[in-house]
Design a protein around this ligand. Structure first.
Ligand SMILES: Cc1ncc(COP(=O)(O)O)c(C=O)c1O
Length: 464
C-alpha cells in the first residue's frame, strides 16, 4: 500500500506516484495545488527536488504541457525554482524577499523632494484636536465578542455607502481589508483578475496566497471590457478594481464602463472587490459596481488619504459571506479596530469644518495634478490629460535610468515595474503629486528629460 505521506527516503520513482495520489484533477492548477499542499504540510521541504516534467506527466497520464503549466503557476508564486544543475526544487515558501512593495518608496529623508510615497500632504489633512477632545475615554470594550463596529459609526457609513451593504465592518486601513479579504476568498491556485498596472502590495498579497493573477489593461474609462471578458473565461474567484483615482494611473470608472463591467460579471461566480483607497479626496465621482451588483461586490473605503493615514481606518461593506468570515477570523487576531479611533472618525465625519477642509484638499490635489500634467505636456511628454488623485503615471524611456537620473537631482519617484503584473521591464514611473513644490518648472524639466520619445505602447492606454 502506498504511504500516505511522502518521506525523504522515497526514491525518484516514488515521488511522482505520491504527487499523483494527491492530484484531484488532471489540470495544471490542480497539480500546482497538490504540490502546494505538500509544501504546506511539510511533506516537501525547501531544496527538495521535483520530478522532471516528463516523468510526472507520464505518471499522471497527462501531456507535458499540463505539468509545465503547474510549474509556471508554482514558479510565479515563488514556490519552486529551476536551475540547470539542480533541476526544479522547492523554494523558500512565502518569501517576501523579492516583494514588489519594498521596491516602491525611496529611503525616507534621503532626497530633497520625495515624490515616491503615494501618501497625502500632511498639511491638507484635517486637524484632529477637536475630534480627540470630544471622544470620551470610556468607550472601550466590555467583551472581546462585542460588536466590532461602533453602532453610530456603522449608521453614518451605511447611510453614505454606494449601495445597501449586506454586511459592513471597520478594519485597519484598505490594505488590511485587502489582506483579510484575500485570506477569506482566495485559495492556492485560484485565479484572480486585477488591473494592470495596480497597487504593488495587492500583487504581493495575491502572490503569497498562491493565486494565479490575470492582469487586464486599463483605458481612460477603466478596465477594458474585452480584456475582462477574456479573463472571465478562466473562472476567477475575484476581480480587484480601484473605482476611482486609480493608483498609479489616476483613472476612474465611468458610469458606462461600470455598467459594462457589471454586465460581464453578473453571470459569473466572481466577486468584485472595489478598493476606494482615496475616498473623499479622489477628485472623481464614484461609479460603484456595487450599485449594479450589490450581492456580488465588496466595497472598501479608506480614510487614509482624506482624514489621515495614521488613523489606519477603512470600512468594508457588501456581500455578507466574505465579510462575516473576515470578521470571525479577525476576532482571533486583533479582534476589532480601536473604538477610540472609530469615535474619532465619527466626530470627523460629523463636523462641517472638517468636511470643508477635505473638499479644499481634494481641489488642491486636483490643481497640483493639473499643473504638473500641463507642464509635462508643454515639454512634449505624452501623458493623458485625464485622471485624478494623488499620483501621476509618467512615461519614461527606462524606469531605472529615470529613477537614478532624478535621484541625482534630489527627486524621488517610484519605479513602475512593481505596479505591473509581469514586473519585468517598465516604461513608467509613478510620481506622487501631493508633495509638489510651488515652483514645478525644474521638476517638470527633469521629468521631461527622462521621458521624451516614449517607446511604443502595447495593451491599453496605460500599458507598458
Ligand atoms: C490602491 C490602494 N489600496 C490601498 C492603499 C492603502 O490604504 P490604507 O492606508 O487605507 O491601508 C493604498 C495606498 O496608497 C492604495 O493606493
Amino acid at each position: 500500500m502506498p504511504s500516505l505521506y511522502y518521506t525523504k527516503e522515497m526514491t525518484g520513482l516514488e515521488l511522482p506516484r505520491h504527487i499523483a495520489s494527491r492530484v484531484e484533477e488532471r489540470t495544471g492548477p490542480a497539480v500546482a495545488a497538490a504540490i502546494g499542499g505538500m509544501v504546506a504540510d511539510g511533506s516537501l521541504d525547501v531544496g527538495d527536488q521535483l520530478p522532471t516534467v516528463r516523468a510526472l506527466a507520464a505518471e499522471l497520464g497527462v501531456s507535458p504541457s499540463t505539468v509545465s503549466e503547474a510549474w509556471r503557476i508554482l514558479r510565479d508564486h515563488g514556490v519552486i525554482e529551476t536551475d540547470r544543475r539542480r533541476g526544479t526544487t522547492i523554494r523558500r515558501a512565502g518569501s517576501t524577499d523579492n516583494s514588489r512593495y519594498w521596491h516602491v518608496p525611496v529611503e525616507p529623508g534621503t532626497l530633497a523632494l520625495d515624490l515616491s510615497t503615494g501618501t497625502p500632504d500632511p498639511r491638507l489633512l484635517p486637524a484632529l484636536e477637536t475630534a480627540l477632545g470630544n471622544v470620551h475615554v470610556d468607550v472601550g470594550a466590555r467583551s472581546y465578542l462585542d460588536e466590532p463596529v461602533v453602532p453610530e459609526l456603522a449608521a453614518v457609513l451605511g447611510a453614505d455607502w454606494p449601495f445597501p451593504p449586506e454586511a459592513l465592518t471597520v478594519v485597519d486601513g484598505a490594505q488590511d481589508a485587502l489582506d483579510r479579504l484575500i485570506g477569506a476568498i482566495v485559495g492556492f491556485g485560484d485565479r484572480v483578475v486585477v488591473e494592470d498596472p495596480t497597487f504593488p502590495p495587492l500583487l504581493d498579497l495575491l502572490e503569497l496566497a498562491g493565486a494565479s493573477v490575470i492582469g487586464i489593461d486599463l483605458g481612460d474609462e477603466g478596465p477594458c471590457p474585452a480584456a475582462l471578458a477574456e479573463a472571465l473565461r478562466n473562472d476567477p474567484v475575484a476581480i480587484f478594481l480601484q473605482p476611482r483615482a486609480h493608483n498609479p494611473t489616476g483613472v476612474s470608472l465611468t458610469a458606462e464602463r461600470a455598467d459594462a463591467i457589471a454586465d460581464l460579471v453578473r453571470p459569473t461566480a466572481a466577486l468584485v472587490i472595489e478598493d476606494d483607497h482615496s475616498g473623499a479626496v479622489a477628485g472623481a465621482d464614484l461609479h460603484s459596481i456595487g450599485t449594479r451588483l450589490p450581492t456580488q461586490t465588496i466595497h472598501i473605503r479608506s480614510f487614509s488619504k482624506s482624514h489621515g493615514p495614521d488613523l489606519r481606518l477603512a470600512a468594508v461593506g457588501g456581500a455578507s459571506g466574505p465579510i462575516d468570515s473576515l470578521v470571525r477570523r479577525r476576532q482571533l487576531g486583533p479582534s476589532w479596530t480601536s473604538r477610540l479611533l472609530q469615535r474619532v472618525l465619527l466626530e470627523l465625519l460629523s463636523d462641517d469644518r472638517v468636511h470643508r477642509d477635505i473638499v479644499a484638499a481634494e481641489l488642491a490635489y486636483a490643481d497640483r495634478r493639473r499643473r504638473l500634467i500641463t507642464a509635462l505636456r508643454a515639454r512634449g511628454v505624452d501623458i493623458p490629460a485625464v485622471g485624478s488623485g494623488l499620483n501621476l503615471w509618467v512615461p519614461v524611456r527606462d524606469e531605472r535610468d529615470a529613477a537614478v537620473a532624478l535621484a541625482a537631482q534630489g527627486i524621488g519617484v517610484a519605479p513602475g515595474s512593481p505596479f505591473e503584473v509581469d514586473d519585468a521591464e517598465c516604461h513608467h514611473v509613478r510620481v506622487t503629486i501631493s508633495a509638489l513644490p510651488n515652483n514645478i518648472e525644474e521638476l517638470a524639466g527633469a521629468l521631461a528629460r527622462t521621458s521624451l520619445t516614449p517607446p511604443h505602447r502595447t495593451g491599453g492606454t496605460y500599458g507598458r
